[in-house]
Design a protein around this ligand. Structure first.
Ligand code: SF4
Length: 345
């Protein structure tokens, strides 16, 4: 009979991460629980959940547990003559020894991460920079020492939180190993930011984005085409481009607006009170935004919400995580959008 492990393999895993982190099979390390702001009217991600900081000791304990699992997998692999290679078969054998992990929400994630070489990490949940700088540095250093294979660490960060951090603190965090920040810009329009209760202003977005860039982070800014409906569409497009031009982030990622269950927008949509853009109007708004961009960013449509068909029936826009390099590919992209718009005419 197979002996069950008496070790404590507990570690926490949150739910959300950007699609690009799933694509690179990132380790998900939970630094905080949920969102410290939690008021954005379009967002349902953490709505029913309370924000909590986690202590550095608890996070470090999670890292140690994951490392212990790695050592066990490696040991089985060596015993099987696989020279440390972690395969599905090795994982299955390990699970037989630790059946308590069968239903663990993070065990497949950890296995996939180790199997592809343990290279990238995403820090959960919504705004890790809200942690005390020293705590974050302590965790990052321990993480990198424990898993020397790590090549990239990324996190969500709110513009408001970045504005509040000193330049010195941001540099400390960057030097300790955090490489990339995913920032929810949504829009650069002041009235729309207020309407969606983003808790930030266009000025904060610029200041936060520029500070992150100056501290040496790779910056991904997410914008939400269609968020302003028909009335604010033009202002949304124009002012978003204006703000992005001032930041000139490494990545600009499109996340078209869709009303999510559990939000005010969803209730309005169910009562037919929401003035949503048609697919053609979405493309027109995106074209207006991109036309006004004067950046050297990569513009990405790496989410299923960017679904518009091309005349040949395929997807109009590439959903690559690396997107379209501006300014080199700007005209090509505008041409594709034009074709998509004609398709709907
Ligand atoms: S800050 Fe982000 S996670 Fe928090 S409510 Fe707004 S969109 Fe949602």
């Amino acid at each position: 009979m197979q002996q069950s492990s008496s070790r404590n393999y507990e570690f926490e895993t949150g739910i959300y991460r950007p699609p690009s982190e799933g694509g690179s099979a990132s380790l998900l390390l939970r630094m905080t629980r949920n969102c410290p702001w939690n008021h954005c009217t379009f967002c349902a991600m953490y709505k029913s959940e309370k924000f909590e900081l986690r202590s550095p000791e608890d996070i470090i304990q999670d890292i140690n547990v994951m490392h212990e699992i790695y050592l066990q997998l490696k040991k089985i692999s060596m015993q099987q003559g696989k020279e440390g290679l972690i395969t599905t078969k090795i994982f299955d054998q390990f699970l037989k020894k630790a059946p308590e992990l069968y239903f663990h929400p993070g065990i497949s994630m950890l296995f996939n991460w180790l199997a592809v070489g343990g290279k990238t990490v995403f820090l959960q949940d919504a705004d890790s920079l809200i942690m005390k700088t020293d705590h974050m540095v302590q965790v990052l250093k321990h993480l990198k020492t424990t898993f020397p294979t790590i090549q990239r660490i990324t996190s969500y960060g709110r513009s408001r939180t970045i504005v509040r951090k000193s330049a010195i603190d941001l540099e400390k965090i960057r030097r300790a190993g955090l490489d990339r920040l995913h920032i929810g810009l949504e829009t650069g329009d002041a009235a729309l930011l207020k309407k969606i209760k983003k808790g930030t202003t266009p000025e904060d977005h610029v200041k936060g984005g520029q500070k992150a860039m100056k501290a040496g982070f790779q910056v991904s800014e997410y914008w939400m085409p269609g968020l302003g409906g028909k009335t604010l569409s033009q202002d949304h497009a124009k002012n978003t481009a204006l703000i992005l031009n001032q930041i000139n982030p490494h990545y600009i990622r499109s996340r078209p607006f869709t009303p999510r269950p559990g939000t005010i927008f969803f209730e309005k949509a169910s009562r037919n009170e929401l003035e949503r853009l048609t697919p053609k109007e979405q493309l027109l708004e995106i074209k207006q935004t991109l036309d006004a961009l004067d950046v050297t960013s990569k513009v990405c449509f790496d989410h299923a919400g960017n679904y518009w068909p091309a005349p040949n029936g395929r997807l109009l826009l590439s959903q690559s995580y690396e997107g379209y390099q501006f300014p080199e590919e700007k005209q090509n992209l505008l041409g594709l959008l034009e074709k998509g718009i004609e398709h709907y005419s």
